[in-house]
Design a protein around this ligand. Structure first.
Ligand SMILES: O=c1[nH]c(=O)c2ncn([C@@H]3O[C@H](COP(=O)(O)OP(=O)(O)OP(=O)(O)O)[C@@H](O)[C@H]3O)c2[nH]1
Ligand SMILES: [Mg+2]
Length: 429
C-alpha cells in the first residue's frame, strides 16, 4: 500500500519507515501541507478531534491513505483540561518554543504541572475512513531544564515511570518513553493483526491452521530443515520452559536478546490473536521461523479475568504484585469457587508465509496463599488437583507434564518430530 506521510522532517520519515517496515507499506513524504493545518495554537483544542479531520482532508486532496501526527501536552488548569499543542510555525526555534511553554505554565502550582505528553496519529483513507492511535506518557513539567540530551521539550519533561527527564535518558530509553513511538507501535500492532485476520482459521484445540503471512510470498514447498527457530518472548520463565520443551527437536534456537527491535503492544482480544501478532511480527523482522507464546490465567470467579491481560493484571508491574492483587480480588471467595485455568497458545510463523497454532489448557484452583519456589508468574498460587501440587512446587519436568505450555509443546513436537514438513497452503490460492 502506498501511504503519504504529512511531514517534511527526514528523520521522522526514516524512523517511521524503520518502525513500520514489517507492514511492507511504501511511505512517501508530503512536504507542503503546513498551510492546510488550522491554527495550531488555538487554545483548548483536542487533537483527537483535530488530527483525524486534517488527515482526512489531506487524504482526499491526494487520493492516497495519509498519515498525520501531532503531539501536545495536556494538563489541568483551574479544573479545566488544557491542551498545549507542539505544532509550531517553521520560524520557531526550540529555544522560543520552550520559552512559550514556560510562559504558559507560569504560576501553575506543582500539582497542576502533572501532564500527559500525548501523540495523536491518524491514518486517513480518501474514502473518509480513519484510524486514530494515541500514545501517551505521564509526567511533570519542570520549571527549569534538566539534562542535556534529546530535543525540544525533553529537558522539561520529567517522566514519572522513569524517574528522570527525557533529556536525562539514553537514546534507547528515550525511545521507550516517547509517546510518538508508542502511537506508531499501536498502529503497527493493529495492522499486523488486521493483516492476519482475513485468512486465519482458528483451529480446534491442538491442531494447526494455515494462513497467508505476506502477500505474494513464495508458495511453500515441503522440504526438510536445517532449522533455526527464533523464540520470540521477553519472559525468561517462558523462554526456559520453551527451550526445554523444544530440546527433542534438536533445533538451533535464537532469542530476542539477539536482536534490537522491540515487540509491538499486544492488543488482540484472544490468546490466538496475540500469539500470531508476536510471531508474525518477529518473523517479518528477522526472516526466521519464529515461535511466540501467548498465555494467561482465566479465573472463573472473575469472569475469566485476567485472561489476555495476565501480564498487566491490575496495572501491577511485577509477578509478586500481580499475585497479591489476584489474592485481593479473590478475598472471601470460598475454595470450591476458586476454579481457574491456564491457557497457552503457541504460534509458529513460517517465513514462507503461513502459521501454525498449538493450544494447551490446564485446569486448577487459586490458593489463598502461595506455595512453592519454582517457576514464575502465578505459579505459586496455581494448584493442580491431578498432581496435588502448585506449579511452583513442581520440577520443570513435572510442570511440563501438567502445564498448559507443556501440552501445547507436546502438540508442536508431534507435528514437527519427523522432520520439518510444511502443510499444503490451501488458503493462499
Ligand atoms: O504462573 C504462571 N505460569 C505459567 O506457566 C504462565 N504462563 C503465562 N503466565 C503469565 O501470563 C502472562 C502471559 O502474558 P504474555 O503471554 O503476554 O507473556 P509475557 O508478556 O510475560 O512475555 P512475552 O512472551 O509476551 O514476551 C504473564 O504475566 C505470565 O506471567 C504464567 N504464569
Ligand atoms: Mg506479553
Amino acid at each position: 500500500m502506498r501511504v503519504l506521510v504529512a511531514t517534511h522532517k527526514e528523520p521522522k520519515l526514516a524512523k517511521l519507515r524503520e518502525l513500520l517496515a514489517p507492514l511492507g507499506w511504501q511511505l512517501e513524504p508530503i512536504g507542503n501541507y503546513a498551510g492546510l493545518l488550522p491554527n495550531p495554537d488555538a487554545p483548548g483544542e483536542d487533537l483527537t478531534e483535530r488530527v483525524p479531520v486534517v488527515a482526512t482532508h489531506l487524504a482526499k486532496l491526494s487520493g492516497l491513505p495519509t498519515l498525520l501526527d501531532e503531539s501536545c501536552f495536556e494538563y489541568t488548569r483551574a479544573g479545566q483540561r488544557v491542551f498545549f499543542s507542539l505544532q509550531f510555525g517553521p520560524g520557531d526555534s526550540e529555544e522560543e518554543r520552550r520559552a512559550k511553554l514556560l510562559q504558559k505554565l507560569r504560576g501553575l502550582p506543582p500539582q497542576e504541572r502533572m501532564t500527559r505528553f500525548m501523540t495523536v496519529l491518524t491514518l486517513a483513507y480518501p474514502q473518509g475512513k480513519t484510524e486514530t492511535y494515541v500514545g501517551e506518557t505521564q509526567g511533570v513539567l519542570l520549571h527549569k531544564p534538566k539534562g542535556e540530551g534529546g530535543v525540544g521539550y525533553d529537558t522539561l519533561f520529567f517522566v514519572l515511570e522513569a524517574g528522570k527527564t527525557l533529556a536525562e535518558m539514553s537514546p534507547a530509553e528515550r525511545e521507550r518513553f516517547s509517546p510518538w513511538e508508542r502511537a506508531v507501535r499501536r498502529l503497527l500492532g493493529h495492522h499486523i493483526i488486521d493483516h492476519l485476520h482475513p485468512t486465519v482459521e482458528l483451529p480446534p484445540q491442538g491442531s494447526s491452521a494455515t494462513l497467508e503471512l505476506a502477500p505474494g510470498a513464495a508458495r511453500p514447498s515441503s522440504r526438510p530443515s536445517p532449522m533455526r527457530l527464533l523464540v520470540a518472548t521477553n519472559n525468561p520463565g517462558k523462554y526456559r520452559e520453551l527451550r526445554e520443551g523444544l530440546a527433542p527437536l534438536g533445533w538451533e534456537l535464537a532469542s530476542l536478546l539477539d536482536y534490537t527491535f522491540k515487540m509491538p503492544p499486544e492488543e488482540g482480544a484472544t490468546f490466538e490473536d496475540n500469539a500470531m501478532l508476536k510471531a508474525a511480527f518477529a518473523c517479518r523482522q528477522t526472516g526466521l521461523l519464529t515461535l511466540a507464546d501467548d498465555s494467561g490465567l482465566e479465573v472463573d470467579a472473575l469472569e475469566g479475568e485476567p485472561g489476555v491481560y495476565s501480564a498487566r493484571f491490575g496495572g501491577r508491574k511485577s509477578d509478586l504484585e500481580r499475585n497479591i492483587y489476584l489474592l485481593e480480588r479473590l478475598k472471601g471467595v470460598p475454595a470450591d469457587k476458586r476454579t481457574a485455568r491456564f491457557v497457552a497458545v503457541l504460534a509458529v510463523a513460517h517465513p514462507q508465509g503461513f502459521m501454525q497454532l498449538f493450544r494447551g489448557v490446564t485446569e486448577g484452583l487459586i490458593l489463598e496463599a502461595p506455595r512453592g519456589e519454582n517457576g514464575f508468574g502465578y505459579d505459586p498460587l496455581f494448584f493442580v488437583p491431578e498432581a496435588g501440587k502448585t506449579f511452583a512446587e513442581m520440577s520443570m519436568e513435572e510442570k511440563a507434564r501438567h502445564s498448559h505450555r507443556g501440552k501445547a509443546l507436546a502438540e508442536l513436537i508431534e507435528a514437527y518430530k519427523d522432520g520439518f514438513r510444511i502443510p499444503e497452503a490451501s488458503s493462499s490460492e
